[in-house]
Write a protein that binds this ligand. Structure first.
Ligand SMILES: [Zn+2]
Length: 311
């Protein structure tokens, strides 16, 4: 790597990391940009599929709601959009900074089993597409479709493109943004939820950090990297919210103990009290903007209209 593809800085720090989720211990090298503080996996393995076995979490069982539950979900979202909130699922928070209507055309990149799209369909959204090259087969229902396609194969335009922890699994963030601006409608919006190197856990625990997740995370930005990417591609970063969770603490603690995530029972390792304190600490870190992941909200900048010559 000669220069940072995001900020063009020339200085990097090499970091040696291990695969820890499944405990294979395979070794990988990351390069950390000294300027925008993004991390890049050097020498991406040609075949990453061995690191996405069938028990990988995004392909867990799909939960369908019965008609009554579906109706309740519809009413709950209707109430939420009028400012009344009861038992709100977490994705309401992710959506709330966005301007959306039920007919907004929405894409979810790396949609896994499509659970989020199904939930959004229950909440009255009508034009929902998911993309995931790793799903078993394409799927289409009345309210949403899932395409077995790579992000770069998308040939439709959207009012909102969402990446819920999929951006860091794609190589070349600059190419992702290049493609992204071609699939956005005028005034199109982007939601990217991604781990960030602003994380205090990264600073303190380094390669034990749960969300370094070598080699599945090919790239991890800093808030600085995301600002630069938006600027370069005419996207206004209008909101950044930290939404990190307790996993940053228990996951990192597991890895320090040399235990893999898969096959480990958390309750056997941490007391209820410890787990509660992790949740509290995560909330505090989010307020302080030092949590280990964030939601970035971009919108297409509308070109300023030149003053008319005939005024
Ligand atoms: Zn950089």
């Amino acid at each position: 790597m000669k220069e940072c593809e995001i900020c063009q800085a020339l200085e990097f720090k090499a970091i040696i990391a291990q695969e820890r989720m499944y405990g294979t211990g395979d070794i990988f090298k990351y390069m950390e940009c000294s300027s925008c503080e993004a991390l890049f996996l050097a020498d991406i393995p040609a075949d990453l599929s061995k690191y996405y076995p069938s028990n990988y979490y995004s392909f867990g069982p799909f939960n369908r709601s019965n008609a009554l539950l579906a109706l309740l979900k519809k009413l709950r979202y209707k109430a939420f959009s009028r400012g009344i909130s009861f038992n709100s699922p977490v994705y309401y928070d992710w959506l709330s900074p966005l301007s959306l209507i039920p007919t907004s055309k929405i894409a979810d990149i790396g949609c896994g089993n499509g659970q989020l799209l199904a939930e959004m369909a229950y909440s009255s959204f009508q034009q929902l597409d998911g993309y995931d090259p790793f799903v078993e087969e394409a799927f289409s229902s009345e309210n949403f479709s899932i395409y077995k396609k790579d992000f770069f194969e998308i040939d439709q335009k959207y009012d909102l493109v969402m990446f819920h922890h999929s951006f860091e699994h794609l190589p070349n963030p600059v190419e992702v943004f290049e493609k992204l601006i071609t699939i956005l409608n005028p005034e199109g919006q982007v939601l990217i939820r991604v781990p960030v190197t602003n994380a205090q856990v990264w600073k303190e625990e380094h390669t034990y950090w749960f969300q370094l997740d070598a080699p599945r995370h090919l790239f991890i930005p800093n808030t600085k990297s995301m600002e630069i990417l938006g600027d370069r591609f005419g996207l206004e970063l209008f909101n950044t919210t930290f939404d990190s969770m307790d996993s940053q603490f228990w996951g990192t603690a597991l890895y320090k103990k040399g235990k893999p995530l898969v096959g480990t029972n958390l309750e056997e390792i941490f007391s209820k009290k410890e787990l509660e304190s992790f949740s509290k600490k995560a909330k505090l870190y989010n307020k302080q903007k030092i949590g280990d992941q964030a939601c970035f909200y971009f919108r297409k900048k509308t070109p300023s209209i030149p003053p008319s010559k005939f005024q």
